[in-house]
Ligand binder design. Structure first.
Ligand code: FES
Length: 107
C-alpha cells in the first residue's frame, strides 16, 4: 500500500494514499481545530472553514464548495489556505495550522 509522509508541526506521520487530510489528522489526535472550533465545526462538509491550513506539497485543486468558503471572511484573497476536510492525501505534505479561530494567520 502506498504511504505518504505528512508533516504536521514538529511531527511526521504516515498516511495511506487517498486518505482525507482532516480525518487523518483527527484520527491521530492532532489539533486541527483551534479553540472552540474543535466543537463548533461542520464535521468536514467544507462550509465552516475552521479546518483551514497551509499546505506545502501537491494536492487536489479546490472544489466549488471550498473555493466558495475561502472567499468569505475571515479569509483574505490569495491567502493560499486550504480546507483540510476537502483534501485527499496523494503526495507527501507539510501542513501548517495558524493560530486564528478558523486557522487564518493572525495579523
Ligand atoms: S471542517 Fe468545516 S470546513 Fe472543514
Amino acid at each position: 500500500m502506498i504511504k505518504h509522509k505528512v508533516i504536521f508541526g514538529e511531527e511526521e506521520l504516515l498516511a495511506s494514499d487517498g486518505q482525507n487530510l482532516r480525518n487523518f489528522l483527527k484520527k491521530h489526535n492532532k489539533k486541527l481545530h483551534n479553540d472552540n472550533s474543535n466543537y463548533l465545526n461542520c464535521k468536514g462538509l467544507g462550509t465552516c472553514g475552521t479546518c483551514a491550513v497551509k499546505i506545502t506539497g501537491s494536492v487536489n485543486p479546490p472544489n466549488r464548495i471550498e473555493t466558495f468558503r475561502l472567499k468569505l471572511p475571515p479569509f483574505i484573497k490569495d491567502s493560499k489556505l486550504r480546507l483540510a476536510c476537502q483534501i485527499c492525501i496523494k503526495n507527501d505534505l507539510k501542513v501548517i495550522k495558524f493560530k486564528g479561530f478558523w486557522g487564518e494567520e493572525e495579523i
